[in-house]
Structure formats: structure tokens, C-alpha cells
Write a protein that binds this ligand. Structure first.
Ligand code: SF4
Ligand code: SF4
Length: 384
């Protein structure tokens, strides 16, 4: 299958509409069905879910709202193996069977190793998760194998070098704010995927909604250039314009969002030079309003006796400050970074870092804020 010929807009089903926000299983089926119908009517077919979404009930919702209402060939279904959850090879088999049952299908069009990162990589090697997916593909139960990735480009390089022959595509967090952020490094991860000729599906193109509600100053720049284009459409087109990107996922919660995404992706045009300049300016405006004015120069980390990932943690903190909804993806990154670095709470207050910081930031104070956001009342996994 040539993934690059696929239609680019995918329906992300991580946050489906609910009747009660406190109850992750209170699916608003009336609205979900209308959203799915509208999206399919426009000729798009790709739905992305996972075993763990909605408190482990999202796959059942997909069966009700999609699988039981459409012929199997009318849609493409992607789901994921929960790498944190599985215990051993037998358990992977059990989960996979359960997923087929949850979704009410006999095969998955796309199946991803979910949230690959340093915290689960060793386990995946030990229990041959890559071979497991490849075997299911041979058996015809998966058509295309992928891996969603939330870690540093060096690890992506290592994995694709070793297991690239078993992975058809990579799912990455790509948006114009995270493009150069040290904690995500969208651009460098994308370059690694390009190096191995792996098509890329994009998650979080609007950074959890942050790039829908940008500061007024940034919005005006976009409106001046094109009064009809929404701020979300700029973010979607930025992601879709990148080399090797075959799909951009968007979690759509209203008919207006479906129509807006469809209008920018149906006859997709990559951003031109002028539009890229506007994105660059918007990025600077958004960054100038961030909570910690860290430039990610990393001078502070050289002499830190606790090897604390200061700029990465500050970038995560900033991205939370810019986020209106939940910050589960930043939490995942925090946990992954804390496997190989000191946690913010490991700081002993020696202030070596502050002496080195060209921005004169009160780093030790900010680290306390980071602890409050990311560690309070939580157990952070550490390297054994
Ligand atoms: S004050 Fe904390 S973060 Fe800074 S160098 Fe010392 S241990 Fe590292
Ligand atoms: S030295 Fe200062 S500006 Fe540079 S990465 Fe560290 S905290 Fe950020």
C-alpha cells in the first residue's frame, strides 16, 4: 500500500464527545455518529483509536458508532498495543484478541505500538513486540504496522535502525510550536523518519487545542493574509506540508470542526513561503507569552550534579501553561525524560545552573513550579 497516496485528514478519537465530562464512558453517540457520518461523506476514511483511550472503552465506542453502522471496507481503523500495560508475550496476544473483539472486526487496517519511548523500549525488545506486530501482519490481522513515538530523536534513530524493517510508518507529534522545542523536537524526529523513508502520521497538530486559540496578535497576522482561514487550519496545513507526512490526525468534536478541517485538507495545498513566514512570526508571538523565557541553550545543564533536564522541563511547563485542556501528553514526556535524567525534585539548590544561565532565570524557583505541576502526588518512574 502506498501510504503517500492516502487522503491526509485522519479522525483522532482520543477525546470523543461525552455527555458528562467526568465520566469517560458517557459517549455522546448521537453527536459522534453525526461527526463520523459527516467526515465519511466527504470521502475521508481513517479513524485512530487506542486500547487505553477513554478509560479503556474507546474501542467499544468505535464498534458502536462506526463498525456496526458501516460496511468494513468503508473505513480504515487504526488502534494500538499499549506498551506500558502488556506484561509478556502471552499478554500481548490476549490484548490483541480483546481489541478485535472490542472493535468487532477481524483485522485492523493500521496497528501501532503505542507511545514508544525509553521507558518501554527495553520491555519491547525483551518480549519482541516488533516481531509480534510483524507476525500479525503476516497472518493478515494487520495491514499496516506503525509506532507512535514520544521521545528523543536519538532513540527514534536507534529503533528504526534496528527494527525499521518491521515498521511501515511512524506517528509523531508535529506542530509549529514543538518544531524546535527541546522536549519534543518535532523537526529532528521527522528528519529521522525521513532518513529511513518511513511515512509519518502526525498527532497533536494543534497541540491539544493550543494552536486553535492563539494570542490575538498572532491571529491578526493570519487573518490579514487570509480572512477565511481559521487558526486551526494554519496548524493543520503546517503539519501536512512537511516532507513524508501522509496523515494528520485531528480530534473533531463539532460539525464545524469537521467542515473546517475538510475544507483545508480536501484539496490540500502546502503552505507557501509567505505563509511559512507568518507561522514563524506567530510562533515567536506565542513563545514570547510563555511562562518561562528559557531559550533552551542548555548552558545550565553542564555542571548540574543531578543531571536535571532543565530546558526540557521548562519547555514542558510552558506548553502546559499554553494548554487549556488536559496535559496528558506533556506528562508522558516528563516521565520519559525522568528515566534518563534527574527529576526536578532531585535539585539540591547548589545554583550552579543559575550562574551559567545567560537569561538570568531563577532556575531553582522555576524547578519548584515544575515539581508542583508534574510530580505532586504522583510516582515518577526512574531508571533501575
Ligand atoms: S541548583 Fe539544582 S538544577 Fe541547578 S545545578 Fe544545582 S542541582 Fe542542578
Ligand atoms: S541556561 Fe537558562 S536559558 Fe539556557 S537552557 Fe538553561 S535555563 Fe534555559
Amino acid at each position: 500500500m502506498d501510504l503517500m497516496n492516502e487522503k491526509k485528514l485522519g479522525f483522532g478519537c482520543m477525546r470523543l464527545p461525552l455527555l458528562d465530562k467526568e465520566d469517560q464512558t458517557s459517549f455522546d453517540y448521537d453527536l459522534i455518529c453525526r461527526l463520523f457520518d459527516n467526515y465519511l461523506e466527504k470521502g475521508f476514511t481513517y479513524f485512530d483509536t487506542a486500547y487505553t483511550y477513554h478509560g479503556y472503552h474507546a474501542e467499544e465506542a468505535m464498534r458502536t458508532a462506526l463498525v456496526e453502522r458501516y460496511p468494513r471496507e468503508a473505513f480504515q481503523l487504526a488502534t494500538k498495543l499499549p506498551l506500558r500495560d502488556f506484561k509478556d508475550s502471552e499478554h500481548m496476544e490476549q490484548i490483541f484478541s480483546e481489541q478485535l473483539q472490542n472493535c468487532g472486526v477481524t483485522y485492523f487496517d493500521y496497528y501501532l505500538l503505542h507511545n514508544m519511548g525509553s521507558n518501554v523500549y527495553d520491555k519491547c525488545c525483551k518480549y519482541n513486540a516488533f516481531d509480534f506486530a510483524a507476525k500479525k501482519k503476516e497472518e493478515g490481522k494487520i495491514k499496516v504496522v506503525g509506532m507512535s513515538f514520544h521521545d528523543m530523536p536519538e532513540l527514534l534513530d536507534e529503533i528504526l535502525e534496528k527494527y525499521g524493517n518491521k515498521i511501515d510508518f511512524v506517528q509523531l507529534q508535529i506542530n509549529y510550536i514543538d518544531w524546535e522545542q527541546p522536549n519534543v523536537q518535532s523537526r529532528r524526529c521527522l528528519e529521522i523518519a525521513n532518513k529511513y523513508n518511513k511515512p509519518v502520521a502526525v498527532m497533536e497538530p494543534c497541540k491539544g487545542g493550543t494552536l486553535v486559540n492563539v494570542p490575538e496578535e498572532a491571529k491578526s497576522l493570519m487573518k490579514e493574509y487570509n480572512s477565511n482561514a481559521s487558526t486551526a487550519s494554519w496548524a493543520m496545513r503546517f503539519a501536512a506540508s512537511q516532507k513524508g507526512v501522509f496523515r494528520v490526525l485531528s480530534g473533531m468534536n463539532s460539525i464545524e470542526q469537521v467542515e473546517d478541517n475538510v475544507s483545508s485538507m480536501l484539496h490540500f495545498k502546502p503552505l507557501n513561503e509567505k505563509e511559512m513566514e507568518i507561522i514563524e512570526k506567530a510562533r515567536n508571538i506565542i513563545n514570547s507569552k510563555t511562562a518561562i523565557a528559557c531559550t533552551a541553550c542548555s548552558y545550565c545543564t553542564h555542571d548540574c550534579p543531578k543531571n536535571i533536564a532543565i530546558p526540557q522541563y521548562f519547555a514542558l511547563y510552558n506548553s502546559i501553561s499554553n494548554t487549556t485542556g488536559s496535559f496528558s501528553s506533556q506528562m508522558v514526556y516528563y516521565n520519559n525524560i525522568a528515566i534518563t535524567h534527574g527529576k526536578a525534585s532531585n535539585c539540591i539548590g547548589c545554583r550552579q545552573c543559575e550562574k551559567a544561565c545567560p537569561q538570568h532565570l531563577p532556575i531553582t524557583d522555576y524547578l519548584k513550579d515544575v515539581v508542583n505541576k508534574f510530580e505532586k502526588n504522583r510516582i515518577i518512574p526512574t531508571r533501575k
